[in-house]
Design a protein around this ligand. Structure first.
Ligand code: HSE
Length: 311
């Protein structure tokens, strides 16, 4: 048995300001690449991981890609199936760009394709969420779902999971600056307060509703006004040196909203053109540098397709 496949899965921006654990979107780059080759001896073996700085585990029960695969195989009728796995990390780990989700999605999506798509998209979502949860220590789908389905996704409920695919505004660009520090999602989640006062919750509900409306109306000005976070940004901003200065720079340079991507340290800002997104991103990088950190800038349109089979 030597059926094989190679899949690219994109980076994602989760939370999107007001959507803690409930809103995320995919970008075109960066992303991860996972290659799979079927075996007929039940074994799931990670053959090689590159681009991870040797930090990711080869134990299939500890790696997000293979935990997703093991979940899928647990539910598959043919118990003799196994897989050789190669993971090419093309994006930074612990960056807030949904790196663990991308590996999990690429692996699960690829294996489902290799097996002739025995599982529905929603089943593969479930397997990939379980894979991702090994890294983040929690079940949340605001990286996995947009990575798998592309575009903007709203997670209305987790129990059972209920997703809504939202429209993607034309000419919406995203600048993402990744300062070279690591924030572990598991630790960053512990900083989130368990309760939110009613005045803050009221502001939050208003922004979530308006964000959805902005996407439907293709209204990037309104979208920008909704990028306001009462839950995760105040709790996590101190993890990123100079965060509020970086954000202010983005806004002063014409960004339509700016906030932490996922649990950080990446910071995203919206713009109406690629050139503007590049200019905003470069201005943000100057402030990141002034705060003692190197950084990468990614400028991308919103990715509406999700994973792609490379070969
Ligand atoms: N919504 C999750 C969080 C995303 O903010 O913890 C983690 O990348």
């Amino acid at each position: 048995m030597n059926k094989s496949i190679e899949v690219f899965a994109p980076a994602t921006i989760s939370n999107v300001g007001c959507g803690f654990d409930t809103i995320g979107f995919a970008i075109n780059e960066p992303g991860d690449i996972v290659s799979l080759k079927l075996r007929n001896d039940k074994k799931v073996i990670i053959r090689k991981i590159t681009g991870d700085g040797k930090v990711l585990p080869y134990d299939p029960k500890k790696n997000t890609a293979t935990v997703g695969i093991l979940e899928l195989l647990k539910n598959y009728k043919d118990k003799s199936i196994g897989v050789d796995v190669t993971i090419k990390k093309k994006m930074p780990i612990g960056s807030g760009l949904g790196s663990s989700a991308a590996s999990s999605v690429a692996a699960v999506y690829g294996l489902n394709k290799l097996l002739g798509e025995p599982f529905t998209e929603m089943q593969t979502l479930d397997f990939a969420i379980k894979g991702e949860s090994i890294a983040s220590g929690a079940i949340h789908a605001d990286n996995v779902a947009p990575c798998l389905f592309g575009g903007f996704i709203l997670i209305r409920d987790y129990n059972p999971i209920d997703l809504i695919k939202l429209p993607v505004p034309k000419n919406l660009y995203c600048a993402v600056v990744f300062p070279h520090i690591v924030i572990e999602t598991k630790k960053a989640r512990k900083l989130i307060k368990k309760q939110i006062p009613v005045p803050k919750a009221r502001k939050h509900f208003g922004n979530v509703g308006a964000l959805v409306n902005a996407l439907y109306k293709n209204d990037i000005d309104l979208l920008g006004r909704t990028i306001h976070d009462e839950i995760s940004e105040p709790a996590r901003a101190t993890l990123i040196p100079g965060f509020y200065d970086i954000k202010q720079t983005a806004i002063e340079n014409g960004a339509y909203g700016c906030s932490i991507s996922g649990s950080g340290p990446s910071i995203f800002a919206f713009a109406k053109s690629k050139a503007k997104a590049e200019q905003i991103g470069k201005a943000m990088q100057i402030v990141v540098k002034a705060n003692g950190m190197k950084s990468n800038l990614f400028v991308s349109k919103i990715n509406s397709v999700g994973p792609k089979v490379i070969k």
